[in-house]
Design a protein around this ligand. Structure first.
Ligand code: HEC
Ligand code: HEC
Ligand code: HEC
Length: 432
C-alpha cells in the first residue's frame, strides 16, 4: 500500500475517533442532591471507615498538615502535577452535592459528577473492582464526616493532557470496568485476597511498571515492580529480589505489624499503606491478602525462613572483615550498633538485619540511599522505632562507599554504579 493511502486511512481514523469523542465520550452531569443529606446506619459508616483506610483515600486526599480528606495534595506525574480533590461533604468544594450514582460512576468509570473525565492518578482502574455494597459503605462514611470548605489549587496540565476528554480514549484502551469476578479454579480465601489487592488495595498501582501512556503493564509484568513518589516499589512476583521468598506468614506479619523478621520494615510510601490501611483490617481479610499475594511469589527452598535467615546472617555478619576501607569503617561506626545480626537484645524497636533486606538486594540502590540519607522518622507503627538520617554527617562519596560495602558484604550481588552521583540527586530531591 502506498503512503498516500496510509495517510487517507489515518484521516479516516481521526474522523471516526472524532465521531466517537462526540457521540460516545460525552457524559452527562448527574443531578446534584437536593434537600437534607441522607442518614446512614452506624454499622455501615464503621464498615466504610475501614474500607476507606484500605483504599488509602486519606493518604492522597489530605494535604500536608491539612484537614483529613479535604484534598489539595500535589501528585507529581510524568504529565504534570495533579492535585487531589476535596472528599468531604462540602456542597461547593467537596462531594456534598454528589448522589450515590455520581460517586459510583467516579469510582467505577473515572467520570466526575459534572461529566468531566478524571485522571487515572486517581486509581479508579482498581477501585472499579469494588462491590456495590462496599462502595455504598464508603459513600456513607464520607458523607457522614464534617464538611470542610477548601480553596485547593486546580489541576492545570499542559496541552494536550489538559483535554480531559482524551481520557475517554485512554479508558477505552486501559480501563476494564466492573466488579471483581471470582476465579472458579481458586479457593474462596484466594479470591477474597484478590478482591482486596486488585480492588481497594490498588497494590499494583505502585508495584507494577507502567507504559508510556501511564497505564499499568499486564501479564507477567503484573507486580513486577514499579515506582512510587521516587521510591522503588519492589517486585512482588517471581522477580522479587528479596533474599528469602515472601510467603503467607511473612506477608501477614508485614501487613499487620509493618515488620517481618525475615525481611524488614515498611518505610517509605509503603509506611502509610500499612500504618493507616492494612494494619487495621480484620484478621480474615489480612490472611486472605497474604494468601493471595504469596501465590505470586516464587516457591522458596524447603528449609524454614528461620534457617535461611540464620544462614544468610552468618554468611554476612560472621564474615565481616577487619575494618578496612571507608565503607566498612562507616558501617561499623554509624550502623553496626543498631544493625547487628538480630540475636542480641533489642533496645529500641526492631533492628532489621541488612542481610535479609530487599533494599540491599534490589537492582536499584535508591531505597537504600534514601534510608541512609533521611533515616526513618515516621515508622509505619510507633513501636518499630526510629532511625537517624545521615545526610548531615556523610557526604555523597561516603554514602556511596557505605552502599557499595553493604552491597558486597550483605547481598553479594553485582556492584551498583554511579552511587555518589545518585546520592547527590536523591539528597537534593528529598531536601526539606
Ligand atoms: C493515589 C492517590 C489517590 C488515592 C489512593 C485515592 N484518590 Fe481519589 N483522587 C485522586 C486524585 C489525584 C483525584 C483528582 C483527579 C483529577 O483531577 O482528575 C481524585 C479524585 C477523586 C474523586 C473525584 C472527586 C471530584 O471532585 O471530582 C473521588 C470521588 C475520589 N477521588 C474518591 C476516592 C476514594 C473514595 C478513595 C479511597 C477509596 C480515593 N479517592 C483514593 C487521587 C487518589
Ligand atoms: C539508632 C539506631 C540505628 C542506627 C544508628 C541505624 N539504624 Fe537503620 N534502622 C533502625 C531502625 C529502628 C529501623 C527500623 C525503623 C522503622 O521502620 O520504624 C532501621 C531501618 C533500616 C533500614 C530499612 C530496612 C527495611 O526493612 O527497609 C535500612 C536499610 C537501614 N536501617 C540501614 C542503616 C544503615 C546503612 C545505617 C548506618 C548508616 C543505619 N541503618 C543506622 C535503627 C538504626
Ligand atoms: C503508594 C504506593 C504503594 C502502594 C499502594 C502499595 N505499595 Fe507496597 N511498597 C511500596 C514501596 C515504595 C515499597 C518499598 C519501600 C517502602 O517500604 O516503602 C513497598 C514495599 C512492599 C513490600 C515489601 C517488599 C520487599 O521485598 O521488601 C510488600 C510485601 C508490599 N509492598 C506489598 C504491598 C501490597 C500487598 C499492597 C496492596 C495492599 C501494596 N504493597 C501497596 C509502595 C506501595
Amino acid at each position: 500500500m502506498k503512503t498516500a493511502h496510509l495517510g487517507f486511512w489515518a484521516i479516516g481514523l481521526v474522523a471516526v475517533m472524532g465521531a466517537f469523542a462526540v457521540g460516545y465520550a460525552w457524559k452527562p452531569a448527574i443531578a446534584p442532591l437536593s434537600g437534607a443529606p441522607a442518614k446512614f446506619s452506624a454499622d455501615e459508616v464503621a464498615r466504610g471507615e475501614r474500607l476507606v483506610a484500605l483504599g488509602d483515600c486519606a493518604v492522597c486526599h489530605t494535604a500536608k498538615g491539612g484537614p483529613r480528606n479535604a484534598g489539595g495534595l500535589p501528585l507529581p506525574t510524568p504529565f504534570g502535577t495533579i492535585y487531589s480533590t476535596n472528599l468531604t461533604p462540602d456542597r461547593e468544594t467537596g462531594i456534598g452535592g454528589w448522589s450515590y450514582p455520581a460517586f459510583e460512576r467516579a469510582m467505577r468509570h473515572g467520570v466526575a459528577q459534572d461529566g468531566s473525565y478524571l485522571y487515572p492518578a486517581f486509581p479508579y482502574t482498581a477501585f472499579t473492582r469494588t462491590s456495590d455494597e462496599d462502595l455504598r459503605a464508603i459513600y456513607a462514611y464520607l458523607m457522614s464526616q464534617p464538611a470542610v470548605k477548601t480553596d485547593n489549587p486546580p489541576t492545570h496540565l499542559p496541552f494536550p493532557y489538559n483535554q480531559r476528554i482524551l481520557m475517554a480514549g485512554w479508558n477505552l484502551l486501559f480501563l476494564r470496568a466492573g466488579v471483581y469476578q471470582n476465579d472458579a479454579a481458586r479457593d474462596s480465601q484466594w479470591n477474597r485476597g484478590a478482591y482486596l489487592a486488585e480492588g481497594l488495595g490498588h497494590c499494583s498501582a505502585c508495584h507494577t511498571p507502567r507504559n508510556a501512556l501511564g497505564a499499568e503493564k499486564t501479564g507477567v509484568a503484573h507486580f513486577a515492580g514499579g515506582q512510587a513518589e521516587g521510591w522503588n516499589a519492589p517486585a512482588l512476583n517471581r522477580q522479587s529480589t528479596a533474599p528469602i521468598a515472601w510467603n503467607r506468614e511473612s506477608l501477614y506479619d508485614y501487613f499487620r505489624h509493618g515488620y517481618s523478621a525475615y525481611h524488614g520494615v515498611a518505610t517509605g510510601p509503603m509506611g502509610p499503606v500499612v500504618g493507616d490501611g492494612l494494619s487495621v483490617q480484620s484478621e480474615d481479610d489480612l490472611r486472605a491478602l497474604a494468601h493471595y499475594m504469596a501465590s505470586h511469589s516464587a516457591a522458596g527452598p524447603t528449609n524454614t525462613d528461620q534457617e535461611q535467615a540464620q544462614h544468610l546472617n552468618q554468611q554476612s555478619y560472621g564474615g565481616l572483615r577487619p575494618v578496612a576501607g571507608s565503607g566498612a569503617r562507616i558501617f561499623s561506626g554509624a550502623c553496626m550498633a543498631c544493625h547487628h545480626d538480630g540475636d542480641s537484645p533489642k533496645l529500641f524497636g526492631v533492628r532489621p538485619s541488612l542481610a535479609l533486606n530487599t533494599s540491599v538486594h534490589d537492582d536499584s540502590p535508591d531505597n537504600l540511599l534514601r534510608i541512609i540519607l533521611d533515616g526513618i522518622h515516621e515508622p509505619a507503627r510507633g513501636d518499630l522505632g526510629y532511625m537517624p538520617g545521615f545526610r548531615h554527617s556523610l557526604n555523597d562519596q561516603q554514602v556511596a562507599d557505605l552502599a557499595s560495602y553493604l552491597r558486597e558484604q550483605f547481598a553479594r550481588k553485582p556492584a551498583w554504579q554511579n552511587l555518589a552521583a545518585r546520592s547527590a540527586t536523591l539528597r537534593q530531591e528529598s531536601a526539606h
